[in-house]
Design a protein around this ligand. Structure first.
Ligand SMILES: [Mn+2]
Length: 341
């Protein structure tokens, strides 16, 4: 496998600087982003294992959202500290490594995040909308997963892979690529996945446990989402819109909600070029998931940025502090403006 040839220049250039910060550090803080996906959680867990191999003290906090039950089988998940950024003692740490987070409010959106001046900070990510909010920013936006960046970073650091590191990196890559099928997946991604599963003979169980952790509420959410679709812009924009009252009437809990389970169904419809899943997480807190069938014509990361969020060309998101009708109106207006619909 020819890995070094097409290594992202930022990985090559910044690997030594990040390693030297790690070597100087005593205690390192890692986090999961709000509404974490496996790439967020698994890249943090893989990094934690690597830091511990180097003799460092490292802690992963779950951040703003409760760890989904489907992620409890990931190696090391049991040690994730169930606290957010503002519930921990910042003085216990001297290095912060943010993973899979494009903006500082992906660390927490409970209140504005300010890093203590005695921290060194590193931001490793693959979102094209990354705002480079840390001291060292390693952003490889052509990579399909943060976990793939870490695979190459660890190789440059000379880390010896083991089962638990490899299992987390594999799950991160597998899920962020929709099972190795999304754009951004290259022959290299398959080579890396193959190298990882060499160390993870139980990979099929890991994926199966994760994919088969639905609750009756998950299905209720899916049914609700699919029965609340409205289309706009000559049918090219499809929105699934759910109010707090809708969710409460079916007793749907936070754990039951996974917008990613709805998006592939919406995206599969011919003509629905842009898909939005929009629900009221709390009063005046609207979570918005954005997807498209055609990432070249309808780069939804632009829409996400226009809404104050971020993401990738084909998958992005935002959180809006407004009512459902206002959010709906704003999204339609931005879609018309950005894509001339
Ligand atoms: Mn990711």
């Amino acid at each position: 496998m020819n890995q070094t040839q097409d290594l992202h220049p930022e990985i090559n250039a910044l690997a030594p600087a990040v390693l030297s910060l790690v070597k100087q550090a005593h205690s390192i803080l890692l986090h999961c982003h709000p509404s974490p996906d496996p790439d967020s959680v698994c890249s943090a867990l893989a990094m934690k294992f690597v830091l511990e191999k180097m003799g460092k003290h490292a802690v992963v906090i779950q951040g703003d959202s409760k760890l989904p039950p489907a992620f409890e089988h990931f190696p090391g998940a049991g040690d994730i500290v169930r606290q957010n950024f503002f519930e921990i003692d910042h003085k216990e740490f001297d290095l912060f490594i943010s993973l899979d987070s494009s903006t500082i409010d992906r660390v927490s959106n409970v209140q504005p995040v300010v890093f203590p001046d005695y921290w060194q900070t590193v931001n490793i990510d693959h979102h094209r909308t990354n705002t480079r909010f840390a001291q060292i920013n390693l952003v490889a936006d052509t990579y399909p997963a943060t976990s793939q960046i870490l695979f190459e970073l660890f190789a440059l650091w000379g880390v010896e892979m083991d089962h638990d590191i490899a299992a987390n990196l594999f799950v991160g890559i597998y899920t962020d690529t929709g099972g190795l099928k999304y754009r951004g997946v290259s022959p290299k991604t398959f080579h890396i996945a193959a190298a990882l599963i060499d160390l993870v003979p139980d990979f099929s169980d890991l994926i199966s446990q994760m994919e088969n952790s639905n609750t009756p509420g998950t299905i209720a959410f899916q049914a609700l989402a699919l029965s609340h679709i409205e289309t706009f812009c000559n049918g090219q924009l499809a929105m699934s819109i759910m109010t707090r009252a809708d969710l409460e009437s079916l007793n749907i809990k936070d754990d039951d909600i996974g917008t990613s389970q709805i998006s592939p169904i919406l995206r599969s419809v011919i003509g629905w070029d842009i898909d939005v899943v929009l629900f009221e997480a709390e009063t005046n807190k609207i979570k918005v998931g954005l997807r498209t069938r055609d990432a070249e014509r309808f780069d939804v990361s632009r829409l996400a940025v226009a809404l104050g969020g971020g993401g990738h060309k084909a998958a992005a998101g935002a959180i809006l502090a407004m009512s459902i009708p206002a959010a709906k109106e704003l999204i339609v207006e931005k879609v018309k403006e950005l894509y001339n619909l």
